[in-house]
Design a protein around this ligand. Structure first.
Ligand code: GLY
Length: 379
């Protein structure tokens, strides 16, 4: 590309690629900078689109954004699948929230009572109703609820589709590493670099490690259960995401660490909780154990909008546990901001200026889920 691009996107995860696709589709000249597209947090992510099951206490503004983005997912998935000519593994079977023991069920119920209080669609089920829906659940699972609107997508397929669609729309990939934003020459630069945004912008984005397993059903068949299962098992929180391919994603630890080592303890805790909830998983093949770094923020919410004191630089980062579900709305809002120059009112709680004065320590440039499986030490 010889002419100066209108938009340079730094970071080719789902958010960056979706911004690139949307902007290129609007006729803007777009470059995407990333030495390894799709190899960040999304490569490990399970792909739960769960605004209800992931609506946590004290995060009602984030829950509103998750709900709005999840509502855009069916249209986004259909449009993207058509543009890229591929299947995204988008499934609408719903999510079961279950508790193994009486204490686990009490914890799950406390959260879904809060979610119901927000008017979110989640319905308690009697144990017989639960087992009728998912006979693969262990007989000792005490009870649960269904969030029928909490869906799933395969993040690896999503990234591949977004890359194809963005390139077909005219976006150009630049494989070099961007060490400093001064290396990028464009009318607007969008920093969608996940944890890498901290070094590029000084924003308070920190790595939150998650270990994730991929199991594979024996033979060629799909798993015997179809719902996403978000379970509490002897005080641990785990999620199980079954795919038509036979894969079951088991996640995830939540660790305040910056390494991507897989630990025996992490694997043990994930597998124990998974098999306690769905015993047949003990017969599955262990296909992959990996770890990724979620881009966490001080309030667990993303950072989207213009960087104060940095004309022409926008942030689209800090999506923490919600990068996949928030991809459509982030791309829409960032694209509208670039095209019109006006921030959508939906962005107001999520702009970078809410962290003015709390920039990452040591930067000299200009500018939880408490119940999840947590490791006490890092490598
Ligand atoms: N949203 C799932 C996770 O962060 O583990």
């Amino acid at each position: 590309m010889l002419t100066r691009p209108d938009v340079a996107v730094v970071g080719a995860g789902p958010v960056g690629l979706a911004v690139a696709w949307r902007c290129a589709s609007r006729g803007l000249r777009v470059t995407v900078h990333d030495p390894a597209p799709g190899r960040g947090a999304s490569h490990v992510a399970a792909g739960m689109l769960a605004p209800v099951a992931e609506a946590y206490f004290g995060e009602h503004q984030l829950t509103g954004l998750l709900t709005e983005s999840a509502a855009r997912w069916p249209g986004f998935a259909a449009e993207l699948a058509e543009a890229a000519g591929t299947d995204l593994g988008y499934r609408t079977d719903g999510t079961l929230v279950v508790g193994l023991t009486t204490d686990d069920l009490a914890e799950a119920r406390r959260l879904w009572t809060y979610q119901q209080g927000l008017g979110l669609p989640i319905t308690p089920l009697r144990p017989t109703e639960l087992r009728d829906r998912e006979p693969a659940l262990a007989p000792r699972v005490r009870g649960g609820a269904i969030a029928p609107g909490d869906h799933q997508v395969d993040p690896r397929r999503l990234v591949a589709a977004l890359r194809t669609a963005a390139e077909q729309a005219g976006a150009v990939w630049r494989p070099g590493v961007v060490g400093d934003l001064s290396e990028v020459d464009a009318r607007v630069t969008v920093v969608a670099a996940g944890c890498g945004a901290a070094a590029l912008t000084g924003l308070p984005v920190r790595p939150v490690k998650g270990q994730v397993l991929r199991l594979r059903a024996p033979g060629r068949g799909a798993p015997d259960f179809r719902h996403v299962v978000r379970g509490y098992a002897d005080g641990e929180s785990v999620y199980l995401v079954p795919r038509d391919s036979g894969e079951v994603v088991v996640g995830a630890t939540v660790e305040e660490c910056a390494d991507t080592e897989v630990t025996a303890g992490g694997v043990l805790r994930l597998l124990r909780a998974a098999v306690d909830l769905v015993p047949e998983l003990a017969e599955y093949h262990l296909a992959e154990a990996s770890a990724g770094l979620r881009p966490g923020t001080p309030d667990n919410a993303p950072i989207i909008g213009a960087l104060p004191g940095r004309p022409g630089v926008l942030a689209a980062t800090g999506h923490h546990r919600h990068g996949i579900v928030l991809t459509p709305i982030t791309a829409d809002l960032v694209t509208e901001l670039i095209v019109t120059g006006e921030p959508d009112p939906l962005l107001a709680p999520f702009t970078p200026d809410r962290f003015a004065g709390t920039r990452r320590a040591g930067h000299h440039g200009p500018g939880s889920d408490a119940s999840a499986i947590e490791e006490e030490t890092c490598n």
